[in-house]
Design a protein around this ligand. Structure first.
Ligand SMILES: Nc1ncnc2c1ncn2[C@@H]1O[C@H](COP(=O)(O)OP(=O)(O)OP(=O)(O)O)[C@@H](O)[C@H]1O
Ligand SMILES: [Mg+2]
Length: 806
């Protein structure tokens, strides 16, 4: 941590804003009178970072940051750590009850390239706020408050804290400084590594145990076996070729036997078709039947021709049939004409009878009309009489009536009307009947006339008996012709059947010839060349078949003998093969190759090739297993070694032993380094050493014959020298990140010679430019030697600070 810019406002004695720029200085002094505010500036740096100040005692007290009169205040610090720039700000406020609380606390990462006067504005990243600011400061600086106040800032009056600290406290501090707590993590890791290495070694040992069979001897045995098998495989082809030749011999013998057997079965199957012996006579009979039937058909056909000639000579039967029909028609017409004439005569007679009756009815009608008129007049006269009066003119004669006429009552007019109606009806009916009779008589007369005309128009009639005789002769001739035709047809059918039967017999004969030909051809192929079947002559089928069967019997006998000979040869070849195969099988068995009883040469070859491949595989497996075993042995050794190392490490780091050892070593180095500085500062009088029993830091007083005593017995000035030596040693030799150190007073306790030595030491340190050095002093002799000075003054407005010097 190296401060660059400090800003304080209403912090402690500073009641006005003040800024201190440390950026271009490596070695500076804060000078000024007592109570001016010098320590306050150092406090402000500490407060900005940790929110507290050593002189306030308790870490969580912030009330002292504000002067009692101040209501609020603020401290801001820009600093560098590990080549990054940070800005930390804390502002305080006093509430109504007078309690001071933090109003704002924050830390940001700032742009390191930005000019310092605008540094706060160039925020790269906000890192923490509020209560998280202090832990974040510890993280980025790597410095805890406690360490900061012992190694970076040596506060006024408390610089001897590390010198006087109890060993335990010093150890805690050094553990932090050295990041020694990492060793506990290392120990835990080592314990885990040990466990992992042990189980890896155990696993590898297990694997190794499983490979126990993969020995040198096993490998040798397998290699020998494989070599022997390869030799066997090298000579195997010759043996297999021999076996194959034997198999070929057997194949040939089997083929020959099969061909003899085939011939034998063909001979045994040879049969004469059953129809052959009777086929010749059957052919003759069929031919005779066809000839006889042919003659019969010819005779019957001549008869038929004759019958039809006779029929034709009788002429067409249509003519006498037509003549007979005409005769029938004339007779019918004659009868009709006679009937018509009779009916016409009857009609004329009935007309004649009707005429007087009609005249009589007409007359009666006239009478009835007269009577009706007479009665009407009589009734009119009688009715008029009633209206006449004497003296009145007569309506008929128009002369005055002298007396009234007397009329008898006339007959009933109604009866006269009915009589008239009846007479009229009779007369009407008489007239109608007369009209009808006249029409009928005229029509019948016309019909009779027409029929007579028709009859006269008919040709002259023939002789019925003669016509009917002709028809009977024709019918008879027709029956005879039909009968002749039926007989011809029957004979023709028989002839056709006889021909079909003859053809059937011919076909049978042809088929028997063909069977004979094909049988002979087949036998010709199967028969030995020196005894072929007899040649074929197509004369006599039965004879040819009989010759072939005779040859068959001789050939069958020869085939039987040949079969016996072939079987004997086959048995010999089979026995030879079996013996040679057995020999080879036994040789294979000697090499551990087992094969089925009747294995073929290919199977034998495959079995040997398989055995070679398996032996090769087995050998390769053993070699692989041996390689794996060697690797596993290496793994076991490595893992056991790792486990041992991890165990040792964990043992060494157990119960903080290593941490303690490390701190003790660091402290020894620290004390030795500080001792050198103290020797220089004390002009060779004092050295520092660790108390062997107590672990306290002691001084070796060379002024007292090198005797040891407690550091607590040193004077104020001597204590400052020893503390300064330790602080410089800590800052320079042990810790990381200690790139600044601030010493608040103590110089007043030194004599001029010692002061000079201290000043020289500090100057040398500052010249290295590795860390910033700040001192707070009243001592002009020291202040004058510091290149950059900040003068702090105090007046009624509080403290002020200004830079003097270069
Ligand atoms: N919280 C505070 N409020 C007001 N004044 C304070 C506060 N703390 C300290 N002071 C006063 O501020 C003044 C400056 O104190 P500081 O310790 O900075 O002085 P100094 O310059 O270091 O003096 P010295 O040389 O004696 O060590 C002193 O008068 C001190 O009493
Ligand atoms: Mg002071």
């Amino acid at each position: 941590m190296r401060p660059l810019l400090l800003h304080l406002d209403h912090f402690g004695s500073f009641r006005e804003p003040a800024t201190v720029d440390f950026s271009d200085t490596e070695y500076f002094a804060l000078v000024g009178p007592t109570g001016a505010g010098k320590s306050t500036i150092i406090d402000a740096i500490c407060f900005a970072l940790y929110g507290t100040v050593p002189r306030w005692g308790k870490e969580n007290v912030i009330a002292h940051a504000l002067a009692p009169s101040a209501g609020s205040g603020k401290v801001a610090l820009v600093f560098e750590s590990d080549r990054r720039r940070y800005g930390v700000v804390r502002s305080l406020v006093r509430d109504a009850k007078g309690t001071v609380r933090t109003k704002e606390a924050r830390i940001d990462e700032l742009d390191p390239a930005a000019p310092l006067d605008v540094a706060y504005e160039m925020v790269l990243k906000s890192l923490a706020e509020g209560e998280h600011v202090t832990p974040e400061v510890q993280r980025v600086t790597g410095l805890e408050y406690k360490f900061f106040t012992q190694c970076v800032v040596l506060p006024q009056g408390r610089f001897a804290e590390f010198l006087h600290a109890a060993p335990r406290e010093r150890q805690d501090l050094l553990v932090q400084l050295l990041d020694a707590d990492v060793y506990e993590l290392i120990r835990q890791r080592a314990a885990r590594d040990e466990e992992a290495a042990r189980s890896a070694a155990a696993f590898a040992r297990d694997q190794l145990a499983k490979l126990a069979g993969a020995s040198d001897e096993a490998e040798r045995e397998l290699a020998d076996g494989l070599a022997a098998l390869r030799r066997l495989a090298g000579t195997l082809d010759t043996d297999l070729d021999l076996l194959r030749a034997r198999e070929a011999d057997i194949g040939r013998a089997e083929q020959e036997r099969a061909s003899v057997a085939e011939r034998q079965s063909a001979l045994a199957a040879l049969r004469m078709p059953p129809a052959v012996p009777t086929l010749a006579s059957a052919r003759r009979e069929a031919a005779d039947a066809v000839a006889a039937l042919g003659a019969e058909v010819a005779t019957l056909e001549a008869d038929e021709h004759e019958a039809f000639e006779a029929l034709a000579a009788l002429g067409d039967r249509a003519e006498p049939v037509a003549a007979l029909a005409a005769l029938d028609a004339r007779e019918r017409l004659t009868a009709q004409a006679a009937a018509a004439r009779a009916a016409a005569a009857e009609a004329a007679a009935s007309l004649e009878r009707l005429v007087p009756k009609v005249a009589e009815a007409e007359h009666a009608l006239t009478e009835a009309e007269h009577e009706r008129e007479r009665l009407r007049d009589a009734h009119a006269a009688a009715a008029l009489t009633h209206r006449l009066a004497v003296g009145e003119p007569c309506p008929l004669c128009l002369r005055p009536l002298s007396e009234l006429p007397h009329h008898e009552r006339p007959a009933d007019l109604g009866a006269a009307d009915r009589a008239l109606a009846a007479a009229r009806d009779r007369a009407g009916r008489g007239r109608a009947a007369l009209t009808k009779a006249e029409t009928s008589a005229s029509m019948l007369a016309a019909q009779a006339t027409r029929l007579d005309t028709d009859l006269a128009a008919l040709p002259a009639p023939g002789d019925r008996i003669e016509i009917e005789g002709r028809l009977a002769a024709i019918a008879k001739a027709e029956a005879l012709a039909t009968e002749a035709r039926t007989a011809v047809r029957g004979a023709r059918g028989k002839l056709e059947r006889a021909r079909a039967a003859a053809e059937q017999v011919e076909r049978q004969a042809e088929s028997a010839w063909q069977t004979l030909g094909s049988t002979r051809d087949r036998l010709l192929v199967l028969a030995p060349s020196d005894d072929p079947p007899p040649p074929l002559t197509r004369d006599d089928l039965h004879h040819a078949w009989s010759e072939l069967l005779g040859w068959r019997d001789r050939a069958a006998e020869a085939a039987r003998a040949a079969l016996t000979e072939r079987e004997r040869e086959l048995a010999q070849a089979t026995a030879r093969l079996a013996a040679e195969r057995h020999k080879l099988t036994e040789r294979l068995a000697e090499h551990g190759v087992t094969v089925p009883r009747n294995a073929t040469p290919d199977q034998l070859g495959a079995a040997v090739a398989g055995a070679v491949a398996r032996a090769d595989g087995a050998l390769e497996r053993v070699r692989e297993e041996r390689r794996r075993a060697a690797d596993l042995e290496k793994v076991v050794a490595e893992k056991e070694h790792e486990a041992k190392v991890a165990h040792e490490l964990a043992l060494r780091l157990r119960a903080n032993a290593f941490e303690r050892w490390l701190c003790a070593e660091a402290l020894a180095v620290l004390v030795a380094t500080a001792s050198e500085t103290l020797m220089e500062l004390s002009d060779g009088q004092y050295e520092l050493a660790l108390g062997e029993r107590t672990g306290d830091i002691e001084v070796i007083d060379h002024g007292e014959a090198g005797l040891r005593r407690s550091a607590r017995t040193l004077s104020g000035g001597e204590t400052f020298q020893a503390a300064l030596s330790l602080a410089l040693a800590l800052s320079g030799a042990v810790a990381r990140g200690l790139d600044s150190i601030f010493l608040d007073e103590g110089f007043g306790t030194l004599d001029p010679a010692t002061l000079d030595t201290v000043a020289t030491t500090l100057e040398r340190l500052a010249a290295g430019q590795e860390r910033m050095i700040g001192v707070v002093t009243h001592v002009p002799a020291l202040a004058d030697r510091v290149p950059a000075r900040f003068e702090v003054l105090r007046d009624a407005k509080g403290s002020h600070v200004r830079k003097v010097g270069p």
